[in-house]
Ligand binder design. Structure first.
Ligand code: SAH
Ligand code: DHB
Ligand code: MG
Length: 193
């Protein structure tokens, strides 16, 4: 991914391992990811799947998707990973129409401005027991600034407001500090649909 010039914004190794542990603990067979980049988080998720499992990962940027496809092949994961190239808000209704649901785990990590809509889609494509994890929801504490004009902060704040009114969900924020500075994930269990 670095050699191909992709931005260095993938999850950290320990965050990737966290995704792996969650997927394994759930016995996940169907995983949905929003935001593939070079396939780093997707490789952790793909490695947690059984041989007949499936990771569908959505990526808007054709170059990122091409790099990810090569990385998934190098990781021996071509058989379990499907990259869907397109904007997530276009691809998600297609997945629903195709009947590609429910997912056992959803990882939200694409453009932050649409996170609230992605959360609604994640719930729509879930069953009771599905885990929905979203990246970059703390942003060095910037998300507590209600006057922020940063599009990502505004997007995450909308996402949090949405999460709070979705009574289907029981969630919390897991703060992270390390290779990606001070940030966090939401971890939300779908209790009902
Ligand atoms: N999950 C990756 C990192 C994703 S970075 C990892 O940890 O390895 C965010 C990615 O979302 C970028 O590759 C970007 O091109 C993609 N993206 C941005 N807007 C998008 C959209 N509307 N739909 C789908 N992907 C999008
Ligand atoms: C950015 C996106 C991410 O998903 C992330 O984990 C870090 C940074 C970004 O767009 O800058
Ligand atoms: Mg991220």
């Amino acid at each position: 991914s670095h050699a191909a010039g992709l931005p260095t914004i993938a999850v950290s190794p320990s965050q990737g391992k966290f995704l792996y542990v969650m997927a394994k603990a759930l016995g996940a067979k169907r995983i949905l990811e929003l935001g593939t980049l070079g396939g780093y988080s997707g490789t952790w998720l793909g490695r947690a799947l059984p041989a007949d499992g499936q990771l569908i990962t959505i990526e808007a940027d054709q170059h990122h998707a091409d790099v990810a496809r090569a990385n998934f092949a190098a990781a021996g994961l071509s058989n379990v990973v499907t990259i869907r190239v397109g904007r997530a808000l276009d691809v998600l209704p297609q997945l629903q129409a195709e009947g590609a649901l429910p997912f056992d785990l959803v990882f939200i990590d694409a453009d932050k401005g649409n996170y609230a809509e992605y959360l609604d889609w994640a719930v729509r494509l879930s069953r009771p027991g599905t885990l929905i994890i979203a990246d970059n929801v703390v942003r060095k504490g910037a998300v507590i600034d209600e006057a922020s004009e940063d599009a990502s902060v505004i997007g995450v704040r909308r996402f949090m407001d949405r999460a709070n009114v979705l009574t289907e969900l029981a969630g919390t924020v897991l703060l992270t500090f390390g290779a990606k500075d001070y940030d966090g994930h939401t971890v939300s269990l779908v209790e009902s649909t």
